[in-house]
Design a protein around this ligand. Structure first.
Ligand code: DOR
Length: 465
């Protein structure tokens, strides 16, 4: 690999200077895995190659024995600020992200107040200023009250796009009837993120949960058909308007089969918990700690999700980090809220799957860096290449660790993977050339996270064109 400079063309023979040099790592680049150094300056990658003799730097990171991934982007987290900071905060949530090797997050709108207006988005961006340990963007919630303003709202700086809940989950954000959904779809161009569970069916079937009081009934109440009906309905409605969609936390074999040949307009998120846990074992072992919406389901669905990961139907892995306190989670089902932490464990849990041969390291990078950058139009992130933001996740693929609750930075302070041994661990985290985590510990006391920048969304392509 060249070092990105052009010998003899106006360049002095003197050594060049960087803010940070990352030395001796195995880089996962679009060309594959290659041993090379990385020079970072002014937040960007400015040189790649054998740099130790030709570059000096203010800071150096020894990456020998480590793999250097493009910064991991977690495109689905709930950080509960404002209004629910007894569960999570922007500071603790982004600290957990950085300690887990995540360099950028997309945060969800079901806070209190909901993120529905420009001032709600502004308030979150202001709250993150000087308190976020990683880069960030915030979804605007799509609803009947702001449908006609969404084209303007989704264009605002720091906005990750529009997210809708078709089925009620946590909070009051809900868009469940076709008329409201069509109004939301008609206003905006960016790919819209969807929580796809069918509200009418959930209401009909809630009696299953209430009459049993047994969390093992959660995937029966919120069954596969509830997910498929909603996914089919929103894809049909969006097809009529040409709007691109991103179906969050796809949880069923039926949705994967349905979405596999609709990839021209619909992208697919899969979560680590739907790939790692399975019913009924997870409910027997973890009780309501395993309760998520949509639910973790039985093995046939998990196998289908893995097939989707291997065959490219899955586009991104997002954690759906959704903290609730242990006290809240211990309420009797179904009064127990659905949700679990996940932003800090996304990398180690998925690297353990890499270790077990479930997916390649390159595929993991595809799903957590190149994929999110591509489908959300993130500017300057998603790969290790000249001119890109110097976001780097440095991991030890051979490191064995046991995940513990006391490692979790989240205000809620627990993980469903407590006590689970993994092979593969995040060691250093670099955000725009700043070492945020070194040797698994936070560096400094000043969070430097900034809002993400997005490329102009492409025009919609109406059906039949
Ligand atoms: O289980 C969930 N919890 N799923 C969601 O969609 C929302 C999340 C939360 O915010 O608690």
């Amino acid at each position: 690999m060249t070092d990105g400079t052009v010998p003899g063309v106006g360049l002095p023979s003197a050594r060049r200077h960087a803010d940070l040099l990352v030395i001796g790592g195995a880089l996962v680049t679009p060309n594959g895995v290659e041993r090379a150094d990385v020079a970072c300056a002014a937040g960007r990658i400015v040189a790649l190659g054998d740099l130790q003799c030709s570059w000096t730097a203010d800071a150096t990171l020894d990456a020998k024995g480590l793999h250097v991934l493009p910064g991991v982007i977690d495109s689905q987290v709930h950080f509960r600020e404002p209004g629910l900071t007894h569960k999570e905060t922007l500071e603790a949530g982004t600290r957990g992200a950085a300690l887990g090797g995540v360099t950028a997050v997309f945060e969800m709108p079901n806070t209190q107040p909901l993120t529905l207006r420009a001032e709600d988005l502004r308030a979150k961006l202001d709250a993150a200023q000087g308190r976020a340990w990683c880069d960030h963007a915030f979804y605007i919630g799509g609803s009947s009250v702001n449908a006609e303003h969404l084209e303007y709202l989704e264009s605002l700086p720091g906005c990750a796009g529009v997210k809708i809940f078709m089925g009620s989950s946590f909070g009051d954000l809900l868009a469940d009837d076709d008329e409201v959904l069509c109004r939301i779809l008609a206003h905006g161009r960016r790919r819209m993120a969807v929580h796809a569970e069918d509200e009418a069916r959930l209401r009909e079937r809630r009696i299953i949960a209430e009459s049993s009081g047994d969390v093992r009934q959660h995937p029966v109440w919120r069954d596969a058909r509830s997910a498929l009906l909603a996914t089919q309905r929103i894809v049909k409605l969006a097809g009529d308007t040409g709007r691109r969609l991103h179906i969050l936390h796809v949880s069923t074999a039926e949705e994967i089969a349905f979405l596999a040949d609709r990839k021209d307009r619909v992208t697919v998120e899969v979560t680590p918990h739907h790939l790692t846990l399975e019913a009924p074992e997870c409910y027997e072992r973890l009780g309501t700690l395993a309760q998520m919406n949509p639910p973790v389901r039985e093995r046939c669905h998990r196998n289908a999700l893995w097939q989707a990961i291997r065959e490219g139907v899955g586009d991104v892995i997002g954690s759906d980090h959704a903290p609730h306190t242990p006290k809240e989670k211990s309420r009797p089902y179904p009064a127990s809220p659905s949700g679990m932490t996940g932003v800090q464990t996304l990398v180690p849990v998925m690297l353990d799957h890499v270790h077990r041969g479930q997916l390649s390291l390159q595929r993991f990078v595809d799903l957590t860096s190149a994929g999110p950058a591509r489908i959300f139009g993130v500017e300057g992130k998603g790969r290790i290449a000249l001119g890109y933001d110097a976001d780097l996740t440095l991991v030890d693929l051979a490191a064995r660790r046991t995940i513990r609750n006391d490692w979790i930075a989240s205000v809620s302070g627990w993980t469903p993977y407590d006590g689970i041994g993994v092979t593969g661990w995040p060691i250093h985290t670099v955000v725009r050339g700043h070492i945020v985590v070194r040797d698994e510990a936070l560096v400094g006391t000043t969070p430097l996270g900034r809002p993400l920048r997005f490329l102009e969304a492409p025009p919609r392509v109406p059906a039949g064109v």
